[in-house]
Write a protein that binds this ligand. Sequence first.
Ligand SMILES: Nc1nc2c(ncn2[C@@H]2O[C@H](COP(=O)(O)OP(=O)(O)OP(=O)(O)O)[C@@H](O)[C@H]2O)c(=O)[nH]1
Length: 417
Amino acid sequence: MEQRLLVIEDSKPIARVIGQIGKALNFQVTVATTLAQVEEILQGDIEFFAATIDYSLPDATHGEAIDCVLSHGIPGVVMTGKMDDETRQDILSRPVIDYIPKENSQAFLYLKRILHSQLNNHQHGVLVVDDSSAARNHIVELLKRRNFSVYVASNGVKALEVLQQQGGIKMVITDLEMPEMDGIGLTNELRKLYPRDQLAIVGISGAENGLHSARFIKNGADDFLRKPFCPEEFYCRITQNIENLSNIEQIKKAANTDFLTGLANRRSFFHDADIRLAEYIKHKTPYCLAMLDIDLFKGINDKYGHDAGDHVLKLVALYMRKHLGKGSLARLGGEEFAVLLTGEDEDQLFGKLDDFRREVSVAQIVFEQQHISVTVSLGAIFNSNQPLARQLHLADNALYQAKENGRNQIATSGVDD
Ligand SMILES: Nc1nc2c(ncn2[C@@H]2O[C@H](COP(=O)(O)OP(=O)(O)OP(=O)(O)O)[C@@H](O)[C@H]2O)c(=O)[nH]1
């Protein structure tokens, strides 16, 4: 569902830029140029996900619009042309998401980052570990303003318990001095269990000793904050660390995915299939491994063009998802695909492969007004105890046999174990 963004801004060009940012993030945008308009809009029953609030409006020169928006329970980002200390203090005395000085174009890029993370932060769990409930509550309040899913623990031992029970925790913010297990001990334990690309750790300490930051980082923490910290620094560091994790996740996904079809690539299939195969063999789960190949695909490229060939590859992947979607599916390269699939028994598994083959053979593929027919051949092996590489070799031999026998069919390999 489209979320709504309220843009409060009296400068039309700036309102337009913010509006475009909102639309790029799929927000439905409503613009107000005065406090009076804001009050009128908020009297209605429209629900806003967030608002961007110009600090100074013609009829509200001292941030009165901020109070109006917050009093309706709408999270707000303040945009301000003034950046003196008094204005900053005035803004930060209210529980806003953030404030952004409208100094240059960076301000709008930063706003986009803030709104994007505000939409997505609920997916990121953050565990706050501190024995002082006041310090803990302060951090929890700051994180909740940014929509994070927040968990708490009062020492290292309890933190480890929470992490075991709750999935989705991406970051631990831990104080140094705590009973039972302190922040350094906790960081140490966490790094034995969670690598840096899965969990970020931020150490916090109010102690004067400047060596604590280095101690935290040498023990595996990613960052450090000295108490008392200002909200700006806190948010910058938290956002940066969460963004780092998200970037690593995206890189990993790209490295494991075939860009054209969105299926797993060769590397990812080998890794995943190896693990699954061991489980199937151990538990005697009925399964099959199949290699499949589009028939005479070179001819499709030659006759209809490379783009048409790409379209066919994507459609074959789509039919694989439809019929074989519960298994591991991959494009191994070119027009060659692989499937590792579990089922009730050999007959049922063969039936699934054959339903897929048949649907491809009757599909009406249209690309730029050209009608394309395509078939696939498969080589399959069932319930083998052989290692993955050997099974792939046998399935490939069977595939060769299917081609030799006239294509558009499945050939099966005998189990040689
Ligand atoms: N459009 C497109 N073509 C590709 C891609 N990757 C490989 N190909 C083409 O796939 C074709 C594979 O052809 P061949 O290996 O000769 O096999 P075939 O024509 O399918 O014949 P058989 O396998 O014997 O049925 C080659 O023409 C490659 O250029 C791709 O990503 N997109």
